[in-house]
Design a binder for this molecule. Structure first.
Ligand SMILES: [Zn+2]
Length: 246
């Protein structure tokens, strides 16, 4: 082969390589343009491989009720709500992480709540020491994402009652729940809920002796919500434009 032909071959290979690289770059750009980044952020498989919070913050934020602030309800024998909440919140965090969900475990007034973006926020509390039974779940009274909030509440309500056998007490939901401080702190587009897992009085055996069962009910509720969110993201939404509906 003459040097001239060899040079031409080199040049040709260089152009070919460049073309392949450009095509590859275009493909990657197209992937991200079509929502690939969002898919990567919400992928549980990737979350197992890559350290959590890698894709801009956690998927789920859990508040361990009263932690870092006060004890919450205290029963006559010294049983403290904050410690019961923490037992459960720690288990919920570990179980979700085992499912490949990235989780941020927060204190009651954690500074990281400010403007927090997550696919879901849940604050875990327990009710007073009275001899009653039942649980409550509520979302913010004022919200710009009512459907998302309701979906989170419905999932938690269904799955938690399935796992624990406790009765949902909708009539006992208070302003303390619907005007919960963390709802106002996080980003507007972060769906949020607060759960009162049961009464430290009447549901004590469940809350204190079976924290895994309590936690698994909460985890099932959160996974139900994440799955429904994923399903919604895949379905194209039809927007009514005629304005004739109320
Ligand atoms: Zn509380």
């Amino acid at each position: 082969m003459s040097t001239h032909r060899l040079e031409r071959l080199h040049l040709w290979i260089k152009w070919l390589l460049l073309a392949v690289l450009l095509a590859l770059a275009a493909l990657i750009a197209l992937y991200f343009y079509q929502g690939g980044w969002e898919r990567m952020r919400s992928s549980r498989t990737l979350a197992r491989l890559i350290p959590s919070d890698f894709f801009q913050g956690p998927q789920v934020a859990i508040i361990s009720g009263h932690r870092g602030f006060d004890s919450g309800a205290v029963c006559k024998d010294g049983l403290m709500e904050a410690l019961v909440n923490e037992e459960i919140a720690t288990r919920v965090t570990a179980m979700l992480q085992a499912q490949g969900v990235s989780v941020m475990l927060l204190d009651e007034y954690d500074p990281r709540l400010q403007g927090l973006h997550a696919r879901a926020l849940l604050s875990i509390h327990a009710d007073s020491c009275i001899e009653q039974s039942g649980f409550k779940v509520a979302s913010a009274e004022q919200t710009v994402i009512p459907e998302q909030d309701q979906m989170l509440v419905d999932c938690l309500r269904e799955k938690y009652s399935e796992a624990t056998g406790l009765t949902f007490r909708s009539t006992a939901i208070t302003k303390d729940m619907t005007q919960y401080h963390a709802f106002q702190r996080v980003a507007d587009d972060t769906p949020g809920a607060i759960i009162e897992t049961g009464y430290l009085g009447g549901d004590r055996a469940l809350l204190v002796d079976e924290p895994d069962r309590v936690a698994s009910g909460i985890v099932a509720g959160i996974l139900c919500f994440l799955d429904q969110q994923d399903a919604l993201a895949k379905t194209p939404t039809v927007t009514a434009t005629n304005g004739s509906t109320d």
